[in-house]
Design a protein around this ligand. Structure first.
Ligand SMILES: [Zn+2]
Length: 178
C-alpha cells in the first residue's frame, strides 16, 4: 500500500514514478503545502496549491491521494511561471524542513532523508513537464468539479491557525489534528 505520484497514467516498473508510503506522502504534501501557501502569488499558482491541499488521506482515504503530474491544474499561458513556482516551492520546502519553527507547526520533525527523497522525486517529475504536455481539459474538469463554496471561488482563504491554503475539505493540518 501507499501512493504513487506519476508523470501520467502510464506507469511502468522502474520508471520515474514516485512510490511513497502513506506516511511519507503526508509529509511531502505537508511541506509542499506550507511552502506553496507562502509562495503562491497568481491565481493559477494558488489553484495548484489548492490541488495539493486536496490530497488529504483523512478525507479521501489512506492510499488514495496519488495523482498524475499532467492532471495538475496547468494552463498553457501561465505554464512557465507555474513550473518555476513549483520548483521554487520544492526548494523552499527543503529549506523549511530544517527549521524548528516548521516542526513546531507540524508537531513532528520529518525524517529528512526520506523527505529529500520524496522532494527530489517530485522535482524530477515537475522538471519533466513541458508545455506540450499541458492538456487544458484537466484544469477545466477540475474547476468544473468544484462546488460554489470551494476555496477557488472564495478568494483562496488560508487557515487562520496554520496559515496554509484551504481545500474543499478545509485545512489539512486542522483535519490532521495539529
Ligand atoms: Zn488549520
Amino acid at each position: 500500500m501507499g501512493n504513487i505520484i506519476s508523470f501520467d497514467e502510464n506507469v511502468f516498473v522502474d520508471d520515474d514514478s514516485l512510490s511513497l508510503s502513506n506516511g511519507l506522502t503526508d509529509v511531502l504534501i505537508d511541506f509542499l503545502l506550507l511552502a506553496g501557501s507562502e509562495l503562491a502569488e497568481s491565481e493559477n499558482q494558488k489553484m495548484i496549491t489548492v490541488f495539493l491541499a486536496e490530497k488529504q488521506q483523512t478525507k479521501i482515504g489512506i492510499g488514495n491521494v496519488g495523482f498524475d503530474i499532467i492532471t495538475m491544474p496547468w494552463q498553457i499561458h501561465t505554464f512557465d511561471t507555474d513550473k518555476a513556482f513549483l520548483l521554487k516551492t520544492i526548494s523552499y520546502a527543503r529549506t523549511i524542513s530544517l527549521q524548528q519553527s516548521t516542526w513546531k507547526i507540524l508537531k513532528y520533525k520529518p525524517n529528512l532523508e526520506h523527505l529529500m527523497y520524496a522532494l527530489d522525486g517530485f522535482e524530477k517529475l515537475i522538471n519533466r513537464m513541458s508545455i506540450s504536455d499541458v492538456n487544458e481539459n484537466n484544469i477545466k474538469e477540475w474547476i468544473n468539479e468544484a462546488e460554489k463554496d470551494d476555496p477557488i471561488y472564495c478568494g483562496f482563504p488560508k487557515c487562520s491557525k496554520h496559515g496554509i491554503m484551504l481545500s474543499m475539505f478545509g485545512c489539512k493540518f486542522c483535519n490532521d489534528g495539529l
